[in-house]
Design a binder for this molecule. Structure first.
Ligand code: NIG
Ligand code: FE
Length: 411
């Protein structure tokens, strides 16, 4: 049993479903609060200095928050954290004017990471990504989604997904696994994207399903990668096998990915830097959560997704890091929070919802995490700050004081 007392402000969105429109800005704020945790779950919440009668609750560890802010553990709902190598070698190319897609078309970019990932053993990849998840935990992230997509053949895709499974089982981080075999066209299928999609649908997806290694299927729907038809085929085949759909949509060009997300009722569409009116309309109609990745806009020097437009149109907005070696070599979700305020012009309350409850719903975990409510998992952050405005405002420093995952103090 654990009691966190003397919480200056307890701030949280409320509910099990994603919040949109004005509701995204509604956070519960309790002052002088306390949280009681039993068996890894929140069993009671107190405010105004009230506390449980400790003699009646048995043995109890007590943490004094000393007037600090407490929020739900952050949820990073979009990452590519299992990969070989890095891509700092792209810097000179970029400084000479090459774009992200120029590098990919020339056989570098994602394909460079594929070469390095294929060369690493499962154990080596596990050790490398364990370092990343520990750094994420220290930054207040208690659940992370992790995509494959740097294997692009049967064995190496399964290898990446096995690393996800081990990270979930062997570290304090909760890891939710997504199959992204359709991330790029591998050299073995150069010029034959349809054949590659057939291979994924007929061979790899059934194997992933059989070994229960992923819950979601994602596609990089983009100019010079997979078009709308190919993406649709991949995601609908996956839906038939029981995978929920995610889609990298309108990251660089609006080729119809967000429209497709709405049509096939994807759980989330991600990136959406270049999305347009049709995309927004279709997502709103299909109940799709927009997972926005501002640190990728920052690193690629692109514009920022129209977050306010989406909120105005009733689309629940989540914010994630997109950590990967090519378009966002940062796993710092607090930096994405800063950009949410500075570039998306979102309110601190909207941003908290975007990085907790809405992010949890983007990975279908709204029932158990994403808010501080009796019955939910006790995933909590005590911040070295008095309020969430401070988290949006200060950048470049880790403002976390203590991280609690399933009722255990881990940092
Ligand atoms: O989300 N866009 C596709 N996938 C990643 C980048 C992957 C990479 O460049 O290695 C993204 O930006
Ligand atoms: Fe991504």
């Amino acid at each position: 049993m654990l009691l966190i007392k003397n919480i200056g402000i307890l701030q949280t969105p409320i509910g099990k479903n994603s919040l949109c429109g004005e509701a995204q800005a509604q956070n519960l704020k309790l002052t002088n609060a306390a949280i009681l945790v039993e068996n890894g779950k929140i069993s009671a919440i107190y405010e105004d200095g009230k506390l449980p009668n400790l003699s009646s609750v048995g043995e109890c560890e007590v943490v004094d928050a000393d007037g600090r802010l407490v929020t739900p553990g952050l949820v990073d709902c979009h990452t590519h954290l299992v990969f070989g190598g890095w891509r700092h070698n792209e810097i000179p190319l970029k400084l000479r004017g090459a774009t992200y897609l120029d590098i990919l078309k020339a056989g570098g970019g994602i394909l460079d990471t594929v070469r390095h990932t294929r060369q690493m053993s499962e154990d080596e990849l596990f050790e490398k990504s364990k370092g990343f998840v520990n750094e994420m935990l220290a930054g207040g992230v208690t659940t992370v989604e992790s995509k494959s997509g740097y294997g692009l053949n049967l064995d190496d895709e399964l290898k990446q997904l096995c690393v996800n499974k081990r990270l979930n089982e062997e570290t304090a981080m909760q890891v939710v696994s997504t199959f992204l075999g359709a991330h790029a066209i591998p050299p073995e299928y150069k010029g034959k994207p349809n054949k590659y999609i057939d291979f994924l649908c007929n061979v790899v997806l059934p194997a992933v399903k059989e070994q229960n290694l992923a819950e979601f299927c994602d596609v990089f729907c983009e100019d010079a990668v997979f078009d709308v038809e190919q993406s649709k085929k991949m995601l609908l085949t996956a839906q038939k096998l029981g995978f929920k759909s995610k889609i990298h949509a309108d990251e660089i060009e609006a080729i119809g990915g967000a429209v497709l997300a709405g049509e096939i009722k994807a759980i989330s569409a991600e990136h959406l830097i270049a999305t347009n009116e049709q995309g927004i309309e279709s997502m709103a109609k299909g109940g799709v959560t927009a997972a926005l990745l501002p640190a990728t806009s920052f690193y690629l020097g692109k514009t920022y997704a129209p977050a306010r437009e989406m909120i105005k149109n009733g689309i629940p907005v989540a914010i994630a890091s997109d950590f990967n070696p090519g378009s966002c070599p940062s796993l710092n979700l607090q930096f994405a929070i800063n950009l949410g305020y500075l570039k998306y012009r979102m309110l601190p309350e909207e941003i908290l919802t975007a990085t907790t409850l809405n992010a949890a719903c983007a990975i279908d975990r709204g029932e158990t995490i994403g808010s501080i409510e009796v019955g939910k998992q006790a995933d909590l952050v005590i911040w070295d700050a008095p309020n969430f405005e401070m988290i949006c405002y200060r950048f470049g420093s880790n403002q976390v004081k203590t991280v609690i995952k399933k009722g255990e103090i881990i940092q």
